[in-house]
Design a protein around this ligand. Structure first.
Ligand SMILES: [Zn+2]
Length: 289
């Protein structure tokens, strides 16, 4: 935090950081692909020498048309990535003196940036199970979900009983059709050995994935998975008193982004800002409507 505060004291510090991220390794015109530029409208713009396209450092990034100062956005991204449990929208609003709506929007944006690229699927031993999120917890057992959302979780096992990376996503029901997109995105077909409980819904996937089943024994056969689920449930209960169902996937992205980088705290914030710079601006307002 100290180091962060020393590095970023004003808007220009932040813009310069983004400038280096965007053009530090060379300029490339988005419109015509030309690689030479002149100074643009401000010192944080570059103008293409061939076609004249004048681009700001934040154009075509998730920082485009941000309603809050970059300095606050950087601080909020820092809290959301480095703090063990992140921060709720109301905590962010208070800590950074922004209104509730700005804080809510920025958090949605951050969760979108935290969405997995799907480029690094889980491999070696991968346990898969489902859990229920949201709503009251009593009187619902097994795979009937009632008002809650059904979530599929995959956890990579590394050396011994340790847990490596993990992913989760909301699914419609515990069927092969619902599992498949999640498996395709997050599990390495060629190098993963998938272990599930005895649920038959997983069996149709066995023609594409190496699936072994074993009795769950009330979760005892899957201690790593159990720990991740408890951790996730505790987090959702703790800071998200009202976790809107529509946005549960966003919360899952946020949780697993941090979880998968828990041993790389010194680079996690930078990774997040990189995502903001390279992802296409999110149309969450349109999506939420
Ligand atoms: Zn150009």
């Amino acid at each position: 935090m100290k180091e962060f505060n020393r590095a970023f004291r004003c808007e220009d510090d932040c813009t310069r950081y983004l400038y280096d991220l965007k053009w530090g390794n060379g300029y490339h015109c988005r419109r015509c692909g030309h690689e030479k530029s002149n100074k643009g409208r401000t010192c944080f713009h570059l103008r293409c020498k061939a076609c004249g396209y004048d681009e700001s450092v934040t154009a075509n990034t998730m920082f485009h048309k941000l309603k809050i100062p970059l300095l606050k956005a950087f601080g909020m991204a820092f809290s959301l990535s480095v703090r063990k449990k992140g921060m709720s929208t109301s905590e962010l609003a208070r800590a950074f003196s922004v209104n509730q709506k700005s804080s809510w929007l920025f958090k949605r944006k951050t969760q979108e940036a935290m969405n997995s690229s799907g480029k690094y699927p889980l491999n070696s031993k991968v346990e898969v199970d489902e859990m229920l999120i949201g709503g009251p917890e009593r009187n619902k057992r097994g795979r009937t979900k009632g008002n809650k959302k059904l979530v599929v979780i995959a956890v990579e096992k590394v050396k011994g009983k340790k847990v490596g990376r993990a992913y989760g996503a909301v699914i419609n029901k515990a069927s092969a059709d619902s599992f498949r997109p999640f498996f395709e995105e997050h599990i390495d077909k060629d190098n993963a050995q998938v272990i599930t409980d005895g649920w038959k819904g997983y069996l149709p996937l066995a023609c594409d994935f190496d699936i072994r089943q074993k009795a769950s024994n009330g979760g005892k056969s899957f201690p790593g998975m159990h720990a991740v689920i408890m951790n996730l449930k505790g987090w959702i209960r703790g800071i998200h008193h009202h976790c809107s169902k529509r946005f549960i996937n966003g919360y899952l992205d946020e949780f697993f982004f941090r979880f998968n980088r828990r041993s790389f705290l010194d680079s996690i914030w930078h990774k997040l800002i990189e995502r903001f710079m390279t992802k296409t601006p999110y149309s969450y307002i349109a999506n939420a409507a």
